[in-house]
Design a protein around this ligand. Structure first.
Ligand code: ZN
Length: 74
């Protein structure tokens, strides 16, 4: 895994961590079986759409960063 986060992950992380928030996560799957993760800011309701790789990266970061923000494991 690269050291630098993807732009999508950085955007979500910066948004949530600026206020010490955990986003609400919903997994949406289309009939074809393609799934995306929608992370919603609990404060302003802004929704970010992440693909599986971005979601995994954000989850990993949230677990290992030692900061109280990001996403909790579903
Ligand atoms: Zn927000």
């Amino acid at each position: 895994m690269a050291l630098s986060a993807s732009p999508t992950v950085e955007r979500v992380r910066d948004h949530l961590c600026a206020k010490g928030l955990f986003g609400d996560v919903a997994e949406l799957c289309e009939m074809r079986g393609d799934c995306v993760f929608v992370v919603t800011c609990p404060e302003c309701g802004h929704a970010f759409t992440l693909d599986e790789d971005d979601y995994d990266e954000l989850l990993h970061w949230s677990r290992t960063s030692g900061q109280s923000c990001g996403i909790a494991q579903a």
